[in-house]
Design a protein around this ligand. Structure first.
Ligand SMILES: C[S@@+](CC[C@H](N)C(=O)[O-])C[C@H]1O[C@@H](n2cnc3c(N)ncnc32)[C@H](O)[C@@H]1O
Length: 171
């Protein structure tokens, strides 16, 4: 007897939402210093999967990368920021928790991160330089994903996706 079988595309479609989620303002991933278009496309798919929005700076190349990398049907929930630090400060003023995803002293481990109960902005760092020091000072909490390999860090989109899944309570 077969115990497992790969679900068919029709079965998968039937178990998904017919449309993208609207912005309920609960989880927002913020790759504010992204340099790589492919990472934005990857994060957009994770956002759709977990019901999160994405905040990006209003650069032309970012809009082009999102159009190119968006393999999902229909619109996605995308917030355009201006200056990253100012946008984050405004989010904090309106009550959002600012959660940094970074290799940082004092950070909590991914396994200890609880699902988000209120508006949470998930701040990702620059692909080479990480989160700038002045923005680290704005953060309410920082989470680090433990690693045992030889690499210094994870790909930023992978790190953001792991944290989003945890915050959404799906893993
Ligand atoms: C490639 S890393 C940044 C490079 C790293 N700061 C360095 O100096 O080598 C890009 C971003 O991915 C996220 N990141 C990568 N690995 C991570 C980990 N293990 N824990 C938490 N965040 C991570 C952080 O947001 C980081 O700023």
């Amino acid at each position: 007897m077969t115990r497992y079988s790969v679900r068919t595309p029709d079965e998968l479609r039937a178990s998904r939402r017919p449309r993208g989620h609207s912005c309920w303002g609960h989880l927002i991933v913020a790759p504010l210093w992204a340099q790589t278009g492919a990472n934005l496309g990857t994060l957009l798919r994770t956002c759709d999967a977990v019901g999160a929005c994405m905040a990006v700076p209003p650069h032309d190349w970012v809009s082009r990368a999102l159009r190119k990398g968006n393999t999902l049907p229909g619109p996605s929930c995308i917030h355009r920021t201006g200056n990253p630090a100012n946008w984050l400060a405004r989010e904090r003023d309106r009550g959002a928790t600012l959660l940094g995803v970074e290799l940082a002293t004092g950070a909590i481990r991914l396994g200890d991160l609880q699902p988000a109960r209120q508006r949470t902005v998930v701040v990702l760092g620059h692909e080479h330089r990480g989160i700038p020091d002045d923005v680290m000072d704005l953060l309410d909490e920082v989470v680090e994903i433990p690693m045992v390999g030889r690499g210094a860090s994870l790909n930023a989109a992978v790190a953001g996706s792991l944290v989003l899944y945890r915050l959404a309570g799906l893993v």
